[in-house]
Design a protein around this ligand. Structure first.
Ligand code: SF4
Length: 691
């Protein structure tokens, strides 16, 4: 009898892995999660789930859970009571802040938290602890999309919907391997003779294999391609002059700028033929409705934010925004990256308000009954800057929540210095040990997906309900409850969270705080979300009226020059390393390594190399190799010799702690978004020899 048949009840909820935001039903028997199935009524996935979603119930019975608070005593993590753990935490943070200043406390949250929890945490850190060294791990994945939207439209917020992707007659995906990373979106893009799918990616990904046209550009030449397309669109009269004059600023300069991106020049920069560049521009320009989606291939770059602006430029000059099937569209990473972006206190104040705008601060202060002086006037340190400040001795205490930087942060040796430099390190996570919690002075055991109630918002701005399926193990507690307990100890609970006991209380305040903003939740009740399986704030698409969020209401066109990436290959380090993911795993495998099905399907990392390069190095399939950069080496990887990567390029997945790609990646960051450049660094490949 299959476990799905023995379930006594089915709990409706939303997947806790990626940002597609699939609806699911979790089967429960004897207070244990025993099965998962897709919710056939959910508009996102219509009953389908990918391998991670289909096995998500296993995570609720997985080994390795953090079940009791642990405090380092005489060098050993020792079980303590919650009271001792939280009293010590508040005392140690206060000691550091008194000695080194309020911003000497660095806090990094996560897109894994519920919106209600992230909203609560932002107030706690910025108004309770009064530190501005605060960010989310979303800076490692979606910060460039946020900054790019702000540059072009004056606000964050993906303009379109998944339905637009389905109804567009041209879909162009740039640096987006959705077959591995957002699998259910692939189902929604099922082959349609009427639709042309263009995939721009240096690698022949599974998504590129589905494409009508795969443009295998040279690494980081996507900006040249976008500018070259704009050149052809303007030259051939395939632009929407009415839209440009009514709704945008900067066209004159932009036209002059892209005049230099001739097909001939762009062909040299991208490695594509001139004919291909003209063809793809004309396909885009002649489309009834064209959609451009992107993910980490664009965002993970020192030019990530402006690459997003270059994508938005194309949509604006052709009027491919604010109508059915037409949108530039960031496909988000984590299950609640969107909710955390909106409820903020990281790169924006809650509700996409601006730190530097007095009226925004005054409005928040009024809503919260606080003096406006309490609201910060500028963004504090972003995630990479918190790490840098810890190495420099300016941040002296760190608190990581549901994130695992010892695997996910670039250039591991610098990260390790930061973890070792601080006086007090707190790791709050559902699992222990992890490569990060091994460094901790205090481990706080947290409830995970399936053990708490609240909301996630997905890539298309759909607010969905997440429900409690089972109780958290041992003494693990919901992050929300931990935050309220800390607020109590700081003496700010009633001031910041008046009368709150549940995440629903936080949601109701968030509805009031977001009312009238672009991300307006005020009309979206929990009951409605349950009933309708999720509701999109802003409706199906934004900017249908052509009113953008810059002063004056017009969108901006940006001149985006194509720059070479930071670390070019040399004779000593001749290959460009690209990093990415595989469908079976989630981020640093804290969860998916513990799901037997997923771990069996993809138990270890590998390195992809083109046959031309393998021949030169006299390597054979499945040989063991090491990847070496100026910063470190990853040893003993299985070699896959394949045309999936072009000569001169190699690829490895980043999920695996044992073969951590961040031992070799580069600590280079986008100057606007602060997102790391995970996609290109120069490496050497050698045969691995056991000593
Ligand atoms: Fe979960 Fe994403 Fe898979 Fe959907 S596509 S089941 S949201 S991991």
């Amino acid at each position: 009898v299959s476990s799905s048949r023995v379930a006594e009840k089915w709990v409706k909820t939303t997947c806790g892995y990626c940002s597609v935001g699939c609806g699911m039903l979790v089967g429960v028997k004897d207070d244990k999660a025993v099965a998962v199935r897709g919710n056939p009524e959910h508009p996102v996935n219509r009953g389908k789930l990918c391998p991670k979603g289909l096995s998500e119930h296993h995570i609720l019975t997985a080994p390795g859970r953090a079940k009791t608070p642990l405090l380092r005593k005489n060098g050993t993590l020792t079980p303590v009571s919650w009271d001792e753990a939280l009293d010590t935490m508040v005392e140690r943070f206060a000691g550091v802040q008194q000695k080194y200043g309020a911003d000497a406390l660095g806090v990094v949250g996560t897109g894994q938290l519920l919106t209600e929890e992230f909203y609560t945490l932002g107030k706690l850190v910025q108004l309770g602890f009064r530190s501005r060294s605060y960010d989310g791990n979303t800076t490692l994945c979606m910060a460039s999309a946020v900054s790019g939207y702000k540059l072009s439209f004056g606000s964050d917020g993906p303009p379109g919907s998944y339905a637009d992707m389905e109804t567009a007659d041209v879909v162009m995906l740039i640096g987006a391997n959705i077959a591995d990373n957002h699998p259910i979106l692939c189902h929604r893009l099922e082959r349609d003779a009427e639709r042309t799918l263009i995939v721009v990616d240096p690698r022949v990904t599974k998504t590129a294999m589905m494409a009508d046209l795969h443009l295998a550009v040279k690494p980081r030449s996507d900006i040249a391609l976008l500018n070259g397309m704009a050149h052809v669109l303007i030259r051939d009269g395939l632009i929407d002059s009415t839209y440009i004059s009514q709704y945008t600023d900067g066209f004159h300069q932009y036209k002059e700028f892209v005049a230099e991106y001739t097909p001939e020049r762009v062909a040299a920069l991208t490695g594509l033929s001139e004919e291909t560049i003209v063809r793809v521009a004309r396909l885009y320009g002649k489309a009834r409705a064209a959609f451009i989606g992107w993910t980490m291939g664009v965002n993970h770059s020192t030019q990530g934010a402006v690459t997003v602006a270059a994508i938005n430029n194309l949509a604006l000059i052709t009027g491919n925004i604010g109508r059915a099937g037409a949108s530039p569209f960031s496909i988000t990473g984590q299950c609640n990256a969107m909710g955390t972006r909106e409820s903020g206190f990281t790169s924006s104040l809650p509700g996409y308000r601006k730190f530097e705008k007095q009226a925004d601060r005054e409005e928040l202060a009024r809503l919260w009954g606080l003096d406006v002086e309490r609201i910060p006037t500028a963004r504090g340190l972003a995630y990479p800057d918190i790490i840098e400040a810890a190495v420099a001795g300016k941040v002296k205490a760190l608190w990581f929540i549901a994130t695992n930087p010892a695997v996910s942060f670039p250039n591991y040796s610098v990260l390790e210095q930061a973890l070792r430099s601080v006086d007090f390190l707190v790791v709050q996570d559902g699992f222990h040990p992890t490569p990060t919690s091994d460094f901790a002075d205090l481990v706080l055991p947290a409830a995970i997906w399936g053990e708490k109630e609240g909301t996630y918002t997905n890539s298309e701005r759909r607010v969905s309900k997440v429900n409690r399926v089972v109780a958290a193990p041992g003494e693990a507690r919901a992050d929300f409850d931990i935050f309220l307990d800390l607020a109590e100890r700081l003496g700010v609970r009633e001031e910041l969270y008046p009368g709150w006991t549940t995440t629903h209380d936080a949601y109701k305040e968030w509805q009031r705080v977001s009312a009238g903003r672009l991300c307006d939740y005020s009309g979206i009740s929990w009951e409605q979300i349950e009933e309708e399986s999720g509701v999109q704030w802003g409706g199906a698409r934004l900017y249908e009226d052509g009113v953008f969020r810059h002063e004056g209401g017009r969108a901006k066109l940006y001149n985006v020059p194509c720059e070479p990436f930071v670390e070019q290959p040399t004779s000593e380090y001749p290959y460009v390393l690209n990093t990415g993911r595989t469908v079976e795993h989630w981020h640093t495998r804290t969860k998916t390594a513990k799901v037997q099905l997923l771990d069996t399907m993809a138990p270890y990392a590998w390195l992809e190399m083109n046959p031309v390069d393998a021949r030169r190095l006299q390597l054979k399939p499945h040989d063991r190799v090491s990847v070496i950069s100026r910063r470190g080496s990853v040893k003993n990887l299985e070699l896959r010799i394949t045309g999936i990567v072009a000569p001169g390029q190699v690829f490895m997945p980043f999920h695996f702690a044992e073969t951590n790609s961040n031992l070799v990646t580069l600590g280079a960051f986008d100057p606007i978004s602060r997102e790391p450049n995970f996609k290109q660094c120069a490496v050497l490949v050698e045969r691995f020899v056991t000593k």
